[in-house]
Design a protein around this ligand. Structure first.
Ligand code: SP5
Ligand code: ZN
Length: 366
């Protein structure tokens, strides 16, 4: 497996409100160190990349998909709060108040305008308290986004059945195009798909959207609400297996099948807590069965290791060997259909075992 890694993804280190406690965010740089350590004593290849080489495509893909004012907020808000004396240079911006609907208010007005108050504004661009913004958050967000875009650019030029792992951090599948949430600031899977569309060999945008030869399989423990919403009315498969009734709580139901052009392209597989390896693997078979394999060129896999049995944010019962079986099943199908696979890192919070689980997943392609 070829793993793409930009060292700037290590810079972001913030806090979160978990339960009633403000703690160092579980989504930490140590996660990546654990993965790198395990990779270095494995046979997988780490290719170090820089934001300079990914900058051009990344800027274009962010402009194409994310809200410009939201991106500007991510870029400048820490400096603004610091200059105003709200926080020290080492502290993080956290939201204070989220947008809400007035009784009987016209829901189409949502989300209204960005508040003038500096504290309030950070709530306008987030939907929970687990996306603090520290001084280097933006650098890591851009590096993470860049890794996803560059990986797609690279794999597009590779032969059928190629596999690339984009070592992204912060993750992306929870945020939409104007709000951070669930440790996510920019949606890396969305950006990768945009980068696929950007390939010059393809036809104009309207046509390209009609015959997108890319599908997304999301196997983080949590439902990828942001990715689902981006593709909900587009003819792109978004297929997710995730904890039932778990974070992010308001999306991920089995009844969500897409709308308009996207009708029947969206498939959710909520699983009860305690799901065993056997249960998970048979659900994965059903999920893979929903992929429109005909003419598919790239399968994007949003992979989270928070499905691991010891994960503090998960409730499944998978051990380390499960990841080898999971990627083995995916690889069997991508290989038999001559499809390329772009893996993007999402969650996974057991530092001690994350590297081992990651390498187990990589080994499924051998
Ligand atoms: C990318 C990713 O995995 N984001 C997940 C963020 C989840 N944050 C809120 C979790 C709230 C969990 N409540 C306790 C559940 C214990 N099983
Ligand atoms: Zn997760």
């Amino acid at each position: 497996m070829l793993v793409l890694y930009n060292p700037e993804i290590l810079l972001h280190e913030t806090v979160e409100l978990l339960g009633s406690r403000l703690i160092p965010a579980l989504e930490s740089p140590a996660r990546i160190q654990s993965i790198l350590d395990a990779l270095r004593s494995s046979e997988n290849e780490i290719r170090i990349i820089s934001s300079i080489e990914t900058n051009e495509i990344t800027t274009r893909m962010i402009d194409a998909s994310h809200n410009a004012e939201y991106v500007e907020h991510l870029r400048t808000v820490h400096q603004q709060w610091h200059s105003a004396g709200n926080i020290s240079i080492e502290e993080s911006v956290l939201p204070e108040c989220f947008p809400f609907s007035m009784p009987n208010a016209d829901k189409s007005d949502f989300p209204g305008n960005a508040p003038k108050d500096m504290f309030a504004r950070s709530g306008y661009y987030a939907f929970d308290m687990s996306t603090g913004i520290m001084k280097d958050t933006y650098k890591s967000v851009i590096a993470s986004a860049g890794t996803a875009c560059f990986a797609m650019q690279l794999i597009s030029a590779m032969p059928a059945k190629a596999v690339v792992f984009a070592l992204c951090r912060p993750p992306g599948h929870h945020c939409d195009t104007r709000r951070a949430g669930g440790y996510c600031y920019m949606n890396n899977a969305v950006l990768a798909v945009e980068a696929y569309l950007d390939q010059p060999s393809y036809r104009p945008l309207e046509q390209r959207l009609k015959d997108l030869k890319v599908a997304i399989l999301d196997i983080d423990f949590h439902h990828g609400n942001g990715t689902q919403s981006y593709f909900y009315n587009r003819a792109v498969n978004y297929i997710s297996i995730h904890g039932k009734d778990e974070y992010p709580y308001y999306s991920g139901a089995e009844s969500e099948h897409g709308s308009g052009t996207g009708k029947d392209y969206n498939h959710n597989f909520p699983l009860e807590s305690g799901a065993t390896k056997e249960r998970y693997l048979s659900t994965l078979d059903s999920a893979l069965n929903k992929v429109n394999w005909t003419d598919l060129e790239v399968l994007v896999v949003s992979i989270g290791f928070d499905t691991y049995k010891h994960d503090p944010l998960g409730s499944f019962d998978l051990d380390s060997t499960a990841y080898l079986a999971i990627s083995g099943k995916i690889a069997a199908l991508t290989n038999s259909h001559s499809v390329k696979c772009l893996c993007i890192l999402e969650g996974g919070y057991v530092i001690e075992d994350l590297g081992k689980n990651f390498v187990s997943f990589c080994n499924g392609w051998k």
